[in-house]
Design a protein around this ligand. Structure first.
Ligand SMILES: Cc1cc2nc3c(=O)[nH]c(=O)nc-3n(C[C@H](O)[C@H](O)[C@H](O)COP(=O)(O)OP(=O)(O)OC[C@H]3O[C@@H](n4cnc5c(N)ncnc54)[C@H](O)[C@@H]3O)c2cc1C
Length: 607
């Protein structure tokens, strides 16, 4: 398998040497699986991604979807790839066998979907949205709706969207205006404008199933009055065929920096007063249902950010090994020029990328494996605690990965020098595509407010305690190792964790005393500290697994083989992350400790 999309060796390491994903096969839900079937699914995804997704990534970027006033046209390669992904079972990959799913664990699905996004984020977008919308319908919709819509979505005959944002209401969904009016026939009439709806119109599938947030007339104000509706592009007759166009108009396509191949649409629902929508679950519970989808989508966005970062890292690594330029300061001016990978500053940029993308990949797999625990552990108490931990970590996973994925791509451009800035090389597209991730699924600013304003305090801060317990277990494991760099890193991590716990207590006091707005003003600093500590912990886990791998190799002649280099690379990247990245939390800690109010006190008129 080609290593241009993701590093196969790293995936095997992270799944089976760090996470022990093979042990999942002992759980009832995955009993029919084995490490071989997990790897077979990953290989299939990697093959389809390589053959059918990657080849048109640049073409789709330059020939984006067009709307001629009647219909949207997209280059044909997108449908071919979408259909192949669906036919291989990946839209339904995590679903039950009864739904023709593969009952794959979330960690394995995360890797499979990671391959598709690395190869082509825009084309992958259609299937991700469909899979997430189908999942929500499966959990919350009535049996009637499921009977009509679920199977065609899981088969890829219908696609899905998530329609939340309105022109005046993005981060603040409490202010949406789209309305829903109950009819005597039982359905609702939906009316309102939505914007930025990904996959909102195209001709690739027989039907498009929009999941729309709207307020039923007379609903309570704010988020408590939001309901969720299934609004199909074509309403169905009893035979399940799509006979009639619903009253949904595409008012225009939006032209974007990246992700150009996923249609971004402005949609008008009910211009003629005839847009049929069907309530999902109970009235006024819409945001709760949507958050179920969004929380999973946030881990998905994080993985997307990481794999695009990962692809840029692999590309710039190959480039740095090939490109010759300059010499070491001590070399003779007549000596031949050397590959740029030999310059320490280029290695700095490669190590930074490696530490971001392999560390962030680990963070995404942690999120996915917590989901697996929630879905499949027998002990209800354990499930509850795992949910609390995942609730705490979700904004951290989304925000850290979507901040550092584009940063990795930025460094990849830098390594390519002038070539990196041209459209003849792919890294500028990687950066443009990745730049969406800190914005959608809740901006990173909103994630930081969610972490410091809500998540940390839920269940009397049990989430943070559970996180601390897990980190401390690995610190103890590392400190038990003699003659290993791991024990030094464990000490640093222990100190950083204590700092998080101390500053959290102080900020909790501030929130109660000196006011919410002032304390939350520096939420981004808090997010940065927590993110760096969590990723440092995951690097320590990788370092421990690398030490174990090296110990297995022993001192024999095999010590200079690929595996040995791989493990040494993991240890060096851990060192980089601790020395160059974790250390940067001190500046943020100082700002928080001093209760710096520079941003809070700045006045609009002073700009
Ligand atoms: C390519 C693309 C695809 C998208 N796909 C979809 C989709 O499929 N479905 C969908 O429903 N939406 C979609 N969106 C919309 C996306 O979710 C929103 O753009 C996002 O939630 C931000 O909303 P906004 O653009 O209105 O920005 P605003 O909410 O206006 O925010 C602008 C800035 O202000 C900050 N800000 C806002 N409120 C606060 C606050 N209270 N405190 C501190 N800072 C604040 C934000 O962090 C941000 O930096 C998509 C957007 C894009 C660009």
């Amino acid at each position: 398998m080609s290593n241009t999309l993701l590093n196969t060796r790293d995936i095997q390491f992270q799944l089976y040497e760090v996470l022990d994903s093979a042990a999942l096969t002992q759980r009832a839900r995955f009993a029919e699986h084995s490490q071989e079937t997990f790897n077979a699914a990953i290989d299939t995804a990697a093959q389809i991604a390589t053959d059918l997704f990657a080849p048109h990534n640049a073409k789709l970027d330059s020939q984006e979807p067009e709307f001629d006033g009647k219909k949207v046209s997209i280059i044909p390669e997108v449908k071919i790839a979408f259909d192949a992904l669906a036919q291989a079972g990946f839209i339904a990959g995590r679903q039950d066998y009864e739904l023709d799913g593969m009952q794959l664990p979330e960690v394995i699905m995360a890797v499979c979907m990671g391959y598709f996004t690395s190869a082509n984020p825009s084309t992958s977008g259609y299937s991700f949205l469909t899979s997430a919308a189908a999942n929500l319908i499966n959990i919350f919709a009535s049996e009637t709706l499921k009977a009509q819509f679920l199977a065609p979505m899981l088969q890829g005959r219908f696609s899905g969207t998530m329609a939340l944002t309105e022109p005046h209401a993005g981060s603040s969904l409490a202010d949406i205006r789209t309305s829903a009016k109950r009819t005597e026939q039982g359905h609702y009439l939906i009316k309102g404008d939505k914007i930025f709806i990904s996959g909102g119109d195209h001709e690739m599938t027989e039907n498009i199933v929009h999941l729309v947030l709207a307020k039923i007339e007379g609903a309570p104000p704010g988020v408590k009055g939001i309901s969720l509706f299934l609004v199909p592009k074509f309403t169905l007759d009893d035979a399940g065929k799509p006979p009639q166009r619903n009253d949904i108009a595409l008012t225009g396509l939006i032209h974007k920096l990246g992700y150009r191949g996923t249609t971004s649409t402005a949609l008008s629902f009910g211009e003629n007063g005839a847009c049929e929508g069907y309530l999902i679950g109970e009235e006024h519970q819409g945001l709760r249902y949507m958050f179920q989808m969004m929380n999973e989508a946030r881990v998905g966005v994080a993985m997307g950010a990481m794999v695009i970062g990962y692809r840029g890292y692999l590309y710039s690594l190959e480039y740095a090994r090939d490109r010759v330029q300059g010499r070491h300061a001590t070399d003779s001016p007549t000596s031949p020029p050397i590959p740029i990978v030999q310059h320490a500053d280029v290695r700095r940029m490669l190590l930074a990328q490696k530490s971001y993308v392999e560390g962030g990949f680990s963070l995404c797999l942690l999120g996915a494996s917590l989901l697996d625990d929630i879905n499949t552990l027998d002990d209800a108490g354990q499930v509850e605690k795992t949910q609390i931990l995942l609730d705490l970590l979700t904004p951290v996973i989304k925000s850290w990965c979507s901040e550092f994925g584009p940063k990795a791509n930025d460094l990849a451009i830098q390594i390519l020098g002038g070539s990196g800035y041209t459209r003849e090389y792919p890294v500028e597209q990687f950066w443009r595509d990745n730049r969406l991730n800190p914005i959608h699924e809740g901006t990173n600013g909103i994630q930081a407010l969610d972490l410091l304003g809500r998540k940390v305090w839920q269940h009397k801060s049990l989430g943070l305690q559970l996180l601390g317990q897990r980190i401390n277990l690995d610190i103890q494991r590392a400190q038990a190792l003699d003659d290993s760099r791991c024990s030094e890193w464990a000490k640093d991590l222990g100190k950083a964790l204590l700092s998080v716990q101390k500053i959290t207590l102080q900020l909790g006091g501030d929130l109660a005393q000196s006011g919410v707005d002032k304390t939350l003003a520096n939420a981004a600093c808090y997010m940065n500290i927590v993110g760096k500590v969590v990723v440092a912990w995951l690097w320590l886990q990788q370092a421990l697994a690398a030490e174990a791998g090296l110990a297995k190799l022993g001192t024999s002649a095999t010590k200079n083989n690929d595996d040995s280099h791989f493990y040494q690379g993991k240890l060096q990247a851990t060192q980089y992350f601790f020395k160059w990245e974790l250390s940067s939390i001190h500046q943020n800690l100082t700002l928080l400790t001093e209760r710096d109010d520079t941003c809070f006190a700045m006045q609009n008129e002073w700009f």
